[in-house]
Design a protein around this ligand. Sequence first.
Ligand SMILES: NC(=O)c1ccc[n+]([C@@H]2O[C@H](COP(=O)([O-])OP(=O)(O)OC[C@H]3O[C@@H](n4cnc5c(N)ncnc54)[C@H](O)[C@@H]3O)[C@@H](O)[C@H]2O)c1
Length: 253
Amino acid sequence: MGKVWNVGVAGLGAMGRVVAGGLASGELPGMRLAAVAEVCAENPFDVPKVDFCALALACDLVCECLPAAAVPDLAAACLPAGTDMVVITSAALLLYPEILEAHRDSRARIFVPSGALAGMDAVRALASAGAVTGARLASTKPPAGFGRADIVDKTRIFAGNALGAARAYPANVNVAATLTLASGLPPEAVEVEVWADPAATGNTHEIRVESAFSVVTARVEGQPDPANPKTSALAGRSVLAALRRLTAPLVVG
Ligand SMILES: NC(=O)c1ccc[n+]([C@@H]2O[C@H](COP(=O)([O-])OP(=O)(O)OC[C@H]3O[C@@H](n4cnc5c(N)ncnc54)[C@H](O)[C@@H]3O)[C@@H](O)[C@H]2O)c1
């Protein structure tokens, strides 16, 4: 039998519970939930709750499921220790450049799952040829998703680039940061629109990525996880799918 990865989860909110639950249920061959870190919520898992430093030391890989502002502290524990990270709050990688700077001096790897987006396989392929010439994202959510119950008509609440979007909506537009990182373009070059729509029943993300030899368009109409309505079913599953790729004998896409 090959190596068993000890995996930690930082943050046991909506996303962290989906990820830790998948690990604890044994659905990921070759991986086990080793420890968690959480400041407020209860720990329903049968593993120790520890601080970020102890988590980094106890684990081969840590899944970040935190608010953006807490990600630099987790990275400061994991990267010097050489502990790999899965970062779902990709906006933090744009907002806190010190994370990617520290990463350059570390042997740890950072994995950014596709989250609530589709089409990242094709974008990655174009980016590997340095061929991406333009990238655009439009995200639409119900107004409550932005804490804007006052909005009664479909309204564009942001138009700008991926860095501006991450600053304005760090909890909502990780997709803009993920698209940026996959495309290889600087965040200032990725165009982003954010819409609040009272008629929307879920979160919709549409991308258009242009290159000299292909144009990629992809649209996801995301629904909440039936077991955990606070997180989108696709985003939670994307973390578990990213973990599965790390030990899978056959990797597609
Ligand atoms: N990439 C994507 O497509 C995508 C999709 C959905 C969510 N996300 C991101 O995933 C992250 C998690 O989302 P969520 O819905 O689970 O959020 P959440 O608010 O439900 O959970 C965050 C948890 O982190 C805990 N926490 C905060 N600071 C901490 C600290 N210093 N140490 C330990 N625990 C701490 C909180 O107590 C909370 O339980 C968010 O940043 C969200 O924006 C990304």
